[in-house]
Write a protein that binds this ligand. Structure first.
Ligand code: C5P
Length: 420
């Protein structure tokens, strides 16, 4: 029989701490063992007695408890588990983790652990949106910490927004995925659990799949063919669709920008990986192909690094990549209701987009004047603004130059209208 896997749960001090009780119950019901550590502030919200009764184990709290250290030292505590989970992770706890502070048992074991760490943040929406918290979360992600949630909804403080602890069932799903070593699929950063306080969101209940960024086509293990796409427009569309209430899967090529909130991100490198990830993400109601997919790949990428010294200059034979957009649009069964593509053009933008609309079989093309941004090489790529035309079978809408997030918001509003 396989040994029972063990979770070390660090409970931070926030109103969501009471949900840690529910989480412990779910963890144990799924066959895992859980041991809890509380911060001092957590003790203001739940008692060691209640936590201990749901974990069925001793609850640890003070770093300098000699009896605890004699029984199980903090280093051992941090290494005895298969996975360390912080739920709820307060802004303060995230800040300490991001900076390597260790001034109590919870932060000390987080610094001492050699296991993977999952954090489930929960805090007031403004604290979550604060640049300091954003920085801390990005730093933790760069350190290899996985983040689940927070979600949007009404909060204990009476405000509405992003900051609620992910549902315990979603945290458990994240735990199980991590224990199984699933790394390719990033866990949802919040599922926009509730409808807006101002009425239902226009894309509530819809699944939207967006491709974004460039693709990297390997030449050998160290070299690749790429393009200048930054992913800004596609990521902005994913964020706008999530804000409109959709469940969003973002299939992203290699980019240097942060994941948008409320979106499940699947990271890929090559066009063929992107195509496979899109296939896995289907079915969906709306597919938006905003990625700059390489048309060509190297027919046979070398297994070892190509050496300058080893003979004649190697020829780069190219093979055509699959057209992901045309493939989704042409599906005989399970075609999304709306399939939307992008067209980056430098001249005759609208006629080219109209031809592309028919050739690819999609419902709309967002055509952008990539020649317009002019001075910088690569034009609109990587820039904040975009000048686009929305080309459908019904006609052409030319939008004024605006920020990529505004383009995204407007496109999402048009999508909501098209879905009716
Ligand atoms: O044919 P072209 O590359 O100009 O078409 C651009 C549109 O097609 C974009 O929406 C892009 O995401 C999509 N595309 C694709 N797969 C390819 C090439 C382009 O999905 N192999």
């Amino acid at each position: 029989m396989m040994a029972q896997k063990r979770i070390l749960l660090v409970v931070g001090g926030g109103i969501a701490a009471y949900k840690a009780l529910d989480l412990c119950r779910l963890i144990r019901r799924s066959g895992l063992a859980v041991r809890a550590v509380m911060t001092k502030a957590a003790g203001e919200f739940v008692t060691p007695l209640s936590l201990g009764s749901v974990t069925g184990d001793k609850v640890y709290g003070e770093l300098f408890s000699l009896t605890d250290e004699a029984e199980m030292g903090h280093i051992e505590l941090s290494r005895d588990a298969d996975l360390v989970v912080v739920a709820p992770a307060t802004a303060n706890l995230l800040a300490k983790m991001a900076n390597g502070l260790a001034d109590d048992l919870a932060t000390t074991l987080l610094l001492a652990t050699d296991k993977k760490v999952l954090v489930a943040p929960a805090m007031n929406l403004r604290m979550w949106a604060h640049p300091a918290t954003r920085r801390n979360v990005e730093r933790l992600k760069a350190d290899g910490v996985t983040v689940v949630g927070p979600t949007a909804g009404s909060m204990a403080c009476g405000e509405f927004g992003v900051g609620r602890l992910a549902e315990p069932a979603d945290i458990l799903a994240a735990i199980e995925a991590m224990l199984q070593g699933v790394t390719a699929l990033r866990l949802p950063e919040g599922a926009w659990a509730e409808a807006s306080a101002n009425g239902p969101r226009p894309l509530a209940g819809r699944h939207v799949v967006v491709t974004s960024g460039p693709t990297h086509e390997p030449i050998d293990p160290v070299r690749y063919i790429a393009n200048r796409s930054s992913g800004k427009q596609g990521h902005a569309i994913a964020a706008a669709a999530a804000a409109a209430g959709a469940r969003v899967t973002l299939v992203s090529g290699p980019v240097a920008i942060p994941d948008p909130f409320g979106v499940a991100v699947v990271r890929v490198e090559s066009a063929r990986e992107m195509q496979a990830a899109v296939e896995r993400a289907l079915p969906c109601d709306v597919f938006i192909g905003a990625a700059a997919v390489a048309d060509w790949r190297v027919a046979e990428a070398a297994e070892g690094k190509l050496k300058k010294e080893s003979g004649p200059r190697p020829p780069l034979a190219l093979a055509e990549n699959p057209d992901i957009l045309a493939g989704v649009a042409g599906r005989s069964s399970g075609r999304p209701r709306l399939v939307i593509g992008f067209a980056a053009e430098t001249s005759d933008v609208v006629p080219h987009a109209q031809a592309k609309l028919l050739r690819k079989g999609c419902d709309a093309i967002v055509a952008n004047d990539v020649g317009l941004a002019g001075e910088t090489p690569g034009g609109v790529f990587g820039q904040a603004a975009n000048t686009v035309h929305l080309v459908t079978r019904e006609g052409v809408e030319s939008w004024p130059t605006m920020g990529k997030q505004q383009v995204a918001d407007r496109l999402v509003a048009r999508i909501a209208a098209m879905l009716g």
